[in-house]
Design a protein around this ligand. Structure first.
Ligand SMILES: NC(=O)c1ccc[n+]([C@@H]2O[C@H](COP(=O)([O-])OP(=O)(O)OC[C@H]3O[C@@H](n4cnc5c(N)ncnc54)[C@H](O)[C@@H]3O)[C@@H](O)[C@H]2O)c1
Ligand SMILES: CC(C)(O)[C@@H](O)C(=O)O
Ligand SMILES: [Mg+2]
Ligand SMILES: [Mg+2]
Length: 356
C-alpha cells in the first residue's frame, strides 16, 4: 500500500506499482472467481479478470439476453459458463453482480453456497448497508469485501482494452480468513482498476448514490435541460442551444478538465468567459447546496434505497425505465444531439474527390 497526499490529506491507497498484477494472480492462484450476473459490471469485470490470467467462471440465468451476451463474449456453457447455482457451488470467490434489486431476490439461494472460508464480493455497499430493507446479512465465517469501480462497466472494459484503468474503491466488511485485505486488493487490481482507495460499505453507498443522483447523472441532465430550454424559449435555434449546452462541453471543455483540472480549462477560455464563470459559479453552488443537503439526507435515511427497491422490484420495471429513457431520447434536445453527432467530421462518410 502507498501513502499518497491528495490535496493536503494523506490517504493509503493501492496502486499497480506496489501491488503488481503478478502478485494479484499469485494471491488468488487457488481460487475460482464466480461472476454472478452478466449485465453491465459482470462483463467488464469477468473479461478483464480472464484476460489478466485469473480462473473465472460466469453464472447467469438462462434464457436471457445476458446469457446470450456471455456466449457472444466467448464464455462456453459447461466449461466456464454455468447456471447461477452451479457457479455458486464452484466459486471460492463469489462476485455478486446482479442488479441491486435482483440481489435481494436471489439472496436465499446465494446464502446456501457461502460455505466457510469463501469470499463474498460486491461492487456496491447497497445490499449490506441497507440490510434491514434487503435482508442481505452474510454468514460470519466468510470474508465480505467490495470493489466498486467508479464508472460504468462498459468503460471499465473499454479502458482496459485501451491499456488504461478506471479507479475503484475497496472495503472490507468482514475478515474471517485474516487475508481479506490482500484478497480484495488482488481482485481490484485483477478487474483492471487504476488506483484503489479505501472506504467502508456505508461510505461507498452514500457517496455513490449521491454522485449518480447529483453531478454525474441527475444534476447533469437537469442543468443541461434547464439551459437548453431557456435558450430555446429566448429564440435560439436547436443547433445553437445544443452546441452551447452539450456539444461544446463533451467535445472541448470537459476534456480540458479531465486533462489538467478546472483552472486549466478556465485558462484556455477567454478572459470574458473566465470573469463570468467565476462570478456565476458561486451562484449556482448556492442554488444547489440545499438540494444536495436534501439528497444526502434521503440517501442516509434509507429513503433512496426504499424508492429504488420498490421501483426495481416491480415485474415491469425494465419497461418503465425504458419508457422514461425514451422520453429523453425523443425530446427535441436529444434528437438535435443525434443529428449533431452525425455531423461530426469523423462520422461523415468519406467522399472520393473527383477530378475536375
Ligand atoms: N452498471 C455499472 O456500471 C455499475 C457501476 C458500479 C457499480 N455497479 C454495481 O454493480 C452491481 C451490478 O450492477 P449492474 O448494473 O451490472 O447490474 P444489471 O442491472 O446490469 O444486472 C445484472 C444482471 O442481473 C441479472 N438479474 C437481475 N435480476 C435478477 C434476478 N432476480 N435473478 C437472477 N438474475 C437477475 C440480469 O440478468 C443481469 O444479467 C450492482 O451492485 C451495481 O450497483 C454497477
Ligand atoms: C456508473 C455509476 C453511476 O457510477 C454506478 O454507480 C451505477 O450505479 O451504475
Ligand atoms: Mg451506483
Ligand atoms: Mg458509481
Amino acid at each position: 500500500m502507498a501513502t499518497i497526499n491528495f490535496g493536503g490529506v494523506d490517504e493509503t491507497v493501492a496502486t499497480r506499482e506496489e501491488f503488481p498484477l503478478s502478485k494479484a494472480v499469485e494471491t488468488l492462484k487457488n481460487d475460482t472467481i464466480a461472476i454472478i450476473g452478466y449485465g453491465v459490471q459482470g462483463p467488464g469485470q469477468a473479461l478483464n479478470l480472464r484476460d489478466n490470467g485469473f480462473n473465472v467462471i460466469v453464472g447467469q440465468r438462462k434464457p436471457s439476453k445476458s446469457f446470450d451476451k456471455a456466449v457472444a463474449d466467448g464464455w462456453e456453457e459447461g466449461v466456464n459458463l454455468f447456471s447461477i447455482e452451479e457457479a455458486l457451488e464452484r466459486g471460492t470467490v463469489i462476485q455478486y453482480l446482479l442488479s441491486d434489486a435482483g440481489q435481494i431476490d436471489l439472496w436465499p439461494t446465494v446464502k446456501k453456497y457461502l460455505t466457510t472460508g469463501k469470499t463474498l464480493y460486491f461492487s456496491h455497499g447497497f445490499g449490506v448497508t441497507y440490510h434491514e430493507q434487503t435482508g442481505i446479512v452474510p454468514p460470519k465465517d466468510i470474508d465480505v469485501v467490495l470493489v466498486a469501480p467508479k464508472g460504468s462497466g462498459t468503460s471499465l472494459r473499454r479502458m482496459f482494452v485501451e491499456g488504461k484503468g478506471l479507479n475503484s474503491s475497496y472495503a472490507i466488511y468482514q475478515d474471517a480468513t485474516g487475508k481479506a485485505k490482500e484478497r480484495v486488493v488482488a481482485l481490484g487490481i485483477g478487474i483492471g482498476s487504476g488506483y484503489l482507495f479505501e472506504t467502508t460499505f456505508e461510505k461507498e453507498v452514500y457517496s455513490d448514490l449521491t454522485g449518480e443522483r447529483g453531478v454525474l447523472m441527475g444534476a447533469l441532465a437537469g442543468v443541461m435541460e434547464a439551459q437548453y430550454e431557456l435558450l430555446r424559449r429566448k429564440g435560439h435555434s436547436p443547433s445553437e442551444a445544443f452546441n452551447e449546452t452539450v456539444e461544446e462541453l463533451t467535445q472541448s471543455l470537459i476534456r480540458l478538465v479531465a486533462e489538467n483540472g478546472m483552472d486549466w480549462m478556465y485558462a484556455n477560455c477567454s478572459t470574458t468567459a473566465q470573469r463570468g464563470a467565476l462570478d456565476w459559479k458561486d451562484k449556482f453552488k448556492a442554488a444547489v447546496e440545499p438540494v444536495y443537503e436534501e439528497l444526502y439526507e434521503s440517501v442516509a435515511s434509507g429513503n433512496e434505497a426504499k424508492i429504488t427497491i420498490e421501483a426495481n422490484s416491480k415485474p415491469d420495471y425494465r419497461e418503465k425505465l425504458e419508457e422514461e429513457l425514451s422520453v429523453i431520447h425523443e425530446s427535441e434536445m436529444w434528437k438535435t444531439g443525434a443529428v449533431v453527432r452525425q455531423l461530426r467530421p469523423e462520422n461523415q462518410p468519406v467522399k472520393e474527390e473527383t477530378e475536375a
